[in-house]
Structure formats: C-alpha cells, structure tokens
Ligand binder design. Structure first.
Ligand code: NCD
Ligand code: ZN
Length: 345
C-alpha cells in the first residue's frame, strides 16, 4: 500500500476567495497546497475592469501569506463588457480568463449576462486572442427543473455557442451530470471541464439526510448517484479535458443557516486531501497528478509548477470551523470527518 504520494504542485482552476476578512481567512488555505488559482470575479461589485483585477490580485497575494502563490484573475462578463477592456487585460497579463454567469444563476450573479447575443464581440475577441471563456453552465429559466438546468444549458446555450465560435476555448465549470461529461469528452481539445471535490463525494441525498443540510447546498446543485459516478470516472480517467477546480465558496454560517441560505460549499481547508481520499478510494492515485497538476496548465497553455507537494496516509480530521473574523465563521465541507490523507508540511 502506498503510504505517501508526491505530486507536482497542483493548481485550483476555480475558487472563490472573496475580499476583506473572508479573503484573509481563506486565501492562506488555498495557498498552502496550490501554486496558482483561477480566482472567481463575483465580488460585490464584480471584477469587470483591468484596474479592479490588478488591485484585487495584490490584495490576494498579500492575504495568501505565500510569496510564490499566484492568483490568476478573471473578468466578470456582463451585457456591457467592452471587448477592448478584455483585450487590454490579456495584453497586460492581468486577465487569464473571462467568466460567464448567466444573470441570476448563482451567488452574486445579478450583473451577469441576460442575452448571449450581447456578448458576441467579446467572444470574437477571446477567440482571436486565445483566452478561455469559463462558463457557469446552468439556464436560469424558472420553468426548468433545478436538477435539469445544466443539461438544458448544453442544448440551449453551450452547444450553439461552440458552433458559432469554432475556435473559442471554453471551460465548462464544476460539471455535475453525465450529459456534461459526455459533451466535454466529445468537444475536442478546445473544451474542458473542472470537477469539484464535493460533486465527487456527495449526491443530492446529502442535502436531505435526516433534515435539511444547508452546508451541502451549492450551485450547480448535486445530482443523482449515477451522475456522481460519471464524474468520478471522468476525474480519475486522467483524460486531458478534466481537471481540478474546487469551487470552494465560503459563506458565513449565518448566511448558510437561514430561511434563504446561500449556495456554496467551502472546501479550501481540505481540498487536496479530499481529492486524494477520493482517488485512493477509486484505486486511481496514479491519475491524481494529471487531474490536479498537469491537465489544467496544458489547457491554459501555461507551464506546470516545478515544485512538489507530498501527502501522507494518515488520519486527519477536517476542522469544524474556520474563523473569518468580521465575516463570521465558515463550516468546511465534511467538517469533523476523518480523511485518510494529510498534506505534509
Ligand atoms: C458560488 C459562490 O458562492 O460564489 N456558489 C456556489 O454554489 N458554487 C458561485 C458559483 O460558483 O456558482
Ligand atoms: Zn464557483
């Protein structure tokens, strides 16, 4: 039995770090394991300009406590986004990607895109410069069942968009369905997907185990067991189109445990341990490095990290709570549960 595993340092290709006291609490947790992170721009107000992203990047670096942690910034796409701003952010090496939230799809997405025709000039530009579009892939039509919103998005939005912009590079973020797994596989080298630790571990029953479980609620919402199994198979396949993205999304306990609790599962405190635990359980530790450290940089056209991390087979209990000062207390995914792996110092 393998008792330790050393990996090229992984990156997190989708994380929410927030700002202020929450940023101060969570950034070091991401930086302890990951060399780089694609930072989501859904602050309030959202990160829509090169200047805002430059300033936010500095705040993240300062909060991370790790001199070599590199935040990779994203631009929040709205109906009004100016293609010239996107091009400038690319030229100045501030933006690594642009993020599409359909308006109203999730937390802080009210300013998102209401009409895909409005963003055609930006998509043309992305295609031209080779910068990826990151997609929150759910339709927002209230008539569509919440468990079907990702599959319907593929048919109504993503499929047509990929056909209209044949050279556009797209990351289908935090996929949750067999339909998405199949679609990404068939989509060739310009389409990829991130997969979260929680979607590899829970199915939708977890939200209702003995009562309502707000800390198991995120968007896209967890689906049936068959979908989880498809995600597990995809992540552990080693295929280049699937890579690590935690979608770690911290909210204070007060915001989660409320009459209208926020969507978001916080996994940064234990992310690499969770993935290692899952890959080990699947007897797929040999594919972990591809998923965590190689496929992401290859898709983004970036170099792999040069240093390594080591995990040891050792029982380790996920913390019950993370103190975020004025931003409240955050409950990590699988708080209080024991994982079989621990990141070595
Ligand atoms: C994210 C958040 O809280 O910012 N929530 C979530 O459930 N994943 C937003 C998002 O990525 O959808
Ligand atoms: Zn997210």
């Amino acid at each position: 039995m393998t008792d330790s595993i050393t990996l090229r340092r992984p990156d997190d290709w989708h994380v929410h770090l927030r700002d202020g006291p929450m940023l101060a609490a969570v950034a070091p947790l991401t930086a302890r394991a990951f060399g780089r992170a694609i930072v989501m721009p859904n602050l309030a107000p959202p990160v829509t300009t090169v200047q805002a992203a430059t300033d936010y990047r500095e705040r993240i670096k300062a909060a991370s406590g790790a001199a070599d942690f590199m935040p990779l910034m994203t631009c929040y796409l709205t109906d009004e986004t100016d293609a010239a701003e996107v091009r400038l952010g690319f030229k100045e090496a501030v933006f690594t990607a642009v993020k599409l939230y359909p308006a109203g799809a999730t937390t802080n997405s009210a300013d998102g895109v209401t009409d895909m025709t409005r963003i055609a000039p930006v998509l043309e530009t992305l295609q031209d410069i080779g910068m990826p579009l990151l997609v929150h892939g759910e339709v927002t039509d209230p008539d569509i069942d919440i468990f079907d919103r990702e599959a319907v998005f593929i048919d109504r939005v993503l499929g047509p968009m990929l056909a209209d912009f044949p050279a556009l590079k797209v990351v289908f973020e935090h996929i949750t369905t067999t339909q998405a797994v199949g679609f990404v596989r068939a989509g060739g080298p310009r389409l990829a997907a991130t997969i979260t630790p929680h979607h590899l571990i829970i199915n939708r029953n977890a939200m209702f185990r003995g009562g309502i479980r707000p800390h198991m609620y995120c968007l896209p919402v967890a689906k049936r067991e068959a979908h989880r199994l498809a995600l597990l198979e995809a992540a552990t396949s080693g295929e280049a189109c699937f890579f690590l993205g935690t979608d770690s999304a911290p909210h204070g306990i007060a915001e989660k445990q409320s009459a209208c609790g926020c969507a978001g599962i916080f996994s940064a405190a234990s992310a690499i341990e969770l993935y290692t635990h899952v890959f080990d359980r699947e007897k797929a530790l040999g594919q972990l490095e591809a998923f965590a450290s190689k496929n992401g940089p290859a898709f983004y056209g970036l170099a792999e990290n040069t240093d390594t991390i080591t995990l040891t087979r050792q029982d380790w209990t996920v913390p019950e709570a993370i103190d975020a000062g004025a931003a409240g207390t955050v409950r990590p995914f699988m708080a209080g549960e024991t994982l079989g792996w621990q990141l070595a110092d």
